[in-house]
Design a protein around this ligand. Structure first.
Ligand code: ADP
Length: 205
């Protein structure tokens, strides 16, 4: 019988380099499960959460493009924390279902490793930590995170800082790490790739 895949939780702040790291593991044959993409898909056009959202909050929450009207939902949630809880009670089980489906598929495919790319892994407390064998943190100083995100999408600095403040602090994330990949100021893309490839080799990929 085939050994079960190694379950690696991958996290890091916005712009730390998670996508770059997960792409390298994917090149080496790991299955990558992207928690944010799964969550977004549930409320995109035709998404599995939309019928329940329309039933709970009203059909006006669904935009003309058939996707969740994010601005309208944000306004509702902002008004009342109870709305957030109701929304999460709809979305979370669907995300868990799809995550389980992708996990089973990776097992059937005989993947040696499954990488769970979860930006808010540390923030989620025990929920994710208990599901993975090891937690890998991509570590980066905030100034470099801000510069990378700005270069990527041209957001104003204050906006990126706001996202950073809403995420776990660097020290908190590091204290949850079993493995740290350094990708801060002065680390070139090449050096990052080298670190991750060595790690992948150590994991037998
Ligand atoms: P995350 O997925 O954590 O938000 P990304 O992997 O998308 O981060 O990286 C953010 C941006 O920074 C991307 O445009 C990526 O190419 C770039 N980047 C990541 N690491 C480095 C590095 N060491 N040197 C230069 N650019 C980098």
């Amino acid at each position: 019988m085939q050994a079960p895949p190694f379950l690696l939780g991958l996290t890091g702040g916005i712009g730390s380099g998670k996508s770059t790291v997960s792409a390298i593991f994917a090149e080496r044959g790991a299955a990558v499960i992207d928690a944010d993409a799964i969550s977004r898909a549930t409320t995109a056009a035709g998404g599995s959460a939309l019928p329940a959202i329309a039933a709970a909050f009203g059909p006006q929450l669904i935009g003309r493009d058939g996707a969740l009207d994010r601005a309208a939902m944000r306004a509702l949630v902002f008004q009342d924390a109870g709305h957030r809880a109701r929304l999460e009670a709809i979305v979370h089980p669907l995300v868990a279902q799809e995550t389980d489906r992708q996990t089973r598929q990776a097992v059937v495919e005989g993947r040696p490793m499954i990488v769970f790319d979860v930006p808010l892994l540390v923030e989620s407390g025990a929920r994710w930590r208990s599901r993975v064998d090891r937690v890998l943190v991509v570590d980066c100083d905030p100034d470099t995170q801000i510069a990378r995100v700005q270069a990527r999408n041209g957001l104003p600095r204050e906006e990126v800082e706001r996202v950073l403040r809403a995420q776990a602090a660097r020290a908190e994330r590091l204290s949850a790490a079993d493995i740290v990949v350094a990708n801060g100021n002065g680390v070139t893309l090449h050096a990052l790739q080298q670190q991750v490839r060595e790690l992948a080799t150590r994991f037998g990929l």
